[in-house]
Design a protein around this ligand. Structure first.
Ligand code: NAP
Length: 398
C-alpha cells in the first residue's frame, strides 16, 4: 500500500512539475534579422489599395483571408510562423511575409507598402501596441478585432498620435462591436439627449451545443477576467464588485441575463456620447470561481492558455457557423422619459466578423476614412452593418 502511495505521489509530482515547465511563459523571441531588400522588393511598390492581414493563419485571420476576394481585396498574408503561414498563402494564391511583432524596424519597413493593416493576432493586450507603433511610423491605417476594454482605452489615449500620423485607427470591427455600435447609433438618433443605453445579447444556441468561441477569444477573455471589473456609469468607467443580473421574458421563456464588460462601453461612448452604457448577455452557466482565481495570476493564465491551445477546437466549424444566429436589442432612454429601441438579427459571430472587417477595409480603400481613433458607427453610420449578408434590423413601429 505504501509503495503504491509513493508511486502515485511521484506521478502527481512529476506531472505537476512537467505542467509547470510546459506552461512557463516563453522567453521573448529574439528580434529577427533586418528584413532583406529582396523581400521588400516583392511587396507591393505602390501602397494604394494594398492590404496586409497580420495573424492570417489564426482562426479569424484565415476566415478573413478566405473571404477577401469577395470584397475585391487581394491581401498579402503575414504572421510570425512561416510553417503555418506559407501553406495558407499558397492555397489561396496570395503572397506572404514572415514578420515578428518584436522587430519594430522590420514592421515599419513592411507596413510602408500597405494602405491598411488588418491586425488579427490576439490577445491584443500583447499584440496591439507593437503593431500600432509600426502603423504610426509607416502611415498605415489600422483595424483590429479587440474586445479588450483596457486595450481600447490605451488606443483612445493615443488619439493625437494617430491624427498627427494622419491614419485611422479603428479597433473592434468584429462582432464585438460592429453590429452593436451601429445599432446603438441608430437608436441614439431616435430621441433627444439619450442618457442610458442598454444592450441585450441573445443567441439561438447554448454552450452544450458546442464551442461558441475561438481559442484566441478564450485567451483574450482571460485577459479581461484578470483585470478589475469596470462598467460605464455617468460618463466614467467605474469599478464594480459584481455584474448586475436581470431576468426577462423572451419568447415566452424567462431568461437570466448578466452584465458583461463588452467593448461598447468604450466605443459607443465615443459614437453616441451616452454616459451610462450597460451590456447584458444571456447567462450560459456561471464562470467558476476557481477559473476567476486562476485568471488573476500570470501562471494561472499560462496554464489555462496551454489547455485552451491544446484541448479546445480552433473555433466553431463552418456548418455550425451557418446555423447560428444572434439577436441584439438596444434600448435608449433620456431624462424626459423618452425611450427608443431596435433589434438586429445577425449571423454567427465569427462569420459576421469576417464580413464586417472586410467591409470596413473596403471603405478605407475607397477613400472613406477619418484620422484618429474612430468607431464603426461614428464613421460609417448605422446602416453599414446591414451590408453583412444575413443581417436585418427590426425597429418597432410607432
Ligand atoms: N471582437 C470580436 O468579435 C472578435 C472576433 C474574432 C476574433 N477576435 C479576436 O481576434 C484575435 C484572434 O482571434 P482568433 O480567433 O483568430 O484566434 P487564434 O485562432 O488563436 O489566432 C490567433 C493568431 O494570433 C497570432 N498571435 C498571437 N500572439 C501573437 C504574437 N505575440 N505575435 C504574433 N502573432 C501572434 C497567432 O499566431 P501563432 O499561432 O504563431 O501564435 C494566430 O495567428 C483574438 O484576440 C480574438 O479575441 C475578436
Amino acid at each position: 500500500m505504501r509503495i503504491l502511495l509513493t508511486v502515485v505521489l511521484f506521478i502527481v509530482a512529476g506531472l505537476s512539475i512537467a505542467t509547470y515547465f510546459v506552461t512557463l511563459p516563453k522567453p521573448p523571441a529574439l528580434p529577427q534579422a533586418p528584413i532583406s531588400e529582396e523581400v521588400l522588393q516583392q511587396l507591393p511598390q505602390d501602397r494604394k489599395g494594398q492590404v496586409l492581414i497580420y495573424g492570417a493563419y489564426g482562426f479569424s485571420g484565415s476566415g478573413i483571408s478566405r473571404l477577401a476576394a469577395q470584397y475585391g481585396i487581394t491581401p498579402v498574408l503575414a504572421g510570425r510562423n512561416e510553417k503555418k503561414l506559407k501553406p495558407l498563402a499558397q492555397s489561396l494564391g496570395y503572397d506572404h511575409v514572415v514578420l515578428s511583432l518584436n522587430n519594430h524596424d522590420n514592421m515599419v519597413a513592411v507596413l510602408r507598402h500597405f494602405e491598411v493593416v488588418l491586425h488579427i493576432a490576439g490577445p491584443y493586450t500583447y499584440t496591439s501596441k507593437p503593431m500600432l507603433d509600426a502603423a504610426i511610423a509607416a502611415g498605415t491605417h489600422y483595424l483590429d478585432l479587440t474586445g479588450e476594454n483596457h486595450v481600447i482605452q490605451a488606443d483612445l489615449d493615443r488619439d493625437e498620435e494617430f491624427k498627427e500620423a494622419n491614419i485611422m485607427v479603428m479597433p473592434a470591427v468584429g462582432f464585438d462591436v460592429a453590429p452593436t455600435d451601429c445599432l446603438n447609433v441608430y437608436v441614439a438618433n431616435q430621441i433627444d439627449n439619450p442618457t442610458t443605453l442598454t444592450v441585450l445579447l441573445h443567441n439561438n444556441f447554448n454552450a452544450v451545443e458546442g464551442i461558441g468561441s475561438s481559442r484566441g477569444t478564450a485567451k483574450s477573455a482571460l485577459e479581461v477576467l484578470s483585470r478589475p471589473l469596470l462598467m460605464r456609469q455617468n460618463g466614467e468607467m467605474v469599478e464594480v464588485a459584481a455584474p448586475k443580473v436581470m431576468t426577462r421574458i423572451f419568447e415566452e421563456r424567462e431568461q437570466t441575463l448578466v452584465q458583461i464588460p463588452w467593448a461598447d462601453m468604450m466605443t459607443s461612448f465615443v459614437s453616441t456620447g451616452i454616459p451610462t452604457i450597460e451590456v447584458y448577455s444571456v447567462q450560459e452557466g456561471e464562470v467558476p470561481s476557481w477559473l476567476l482565481s486562476m485568471a488573476r495570476f500570470e501562471i494561472g493564465r499560462n496554464i489555462l492558455s496551454y489547455l485552451i491551445d491544446n484541448f479546445l477546437p480552433e473555433g466553431p466549424p463552418p456548418n455550425v457557423q451557418k446555423d447560428r444566429q444572434n439577436r441584439i436589442e438596444s434600448i435608449v432612454s433620456n431624462d424626459a422619459g423618452d425611450t427608443a429601441s431596435a433589434t438586429l438579427i445577425t449571423p454567427e459571430a465569427y462569420l459576421l466578423t469576417f464580413h464586417s472587417t472586410l467591409i470596413v477595409a473596403r471603405r478605407i480603400l475607397d477613400g472613406h476614412w477619418e484620422s484618429g481613433f474612430q468607431t464603426v458607427g461614428k464613421v460609417y453610420g448605422p446602416d453599414l452593418i446591414l451590408e453583412v449578408p444575413g443581417v436585418t434590423r427590426i425597429a418597432p413601429q410607432n
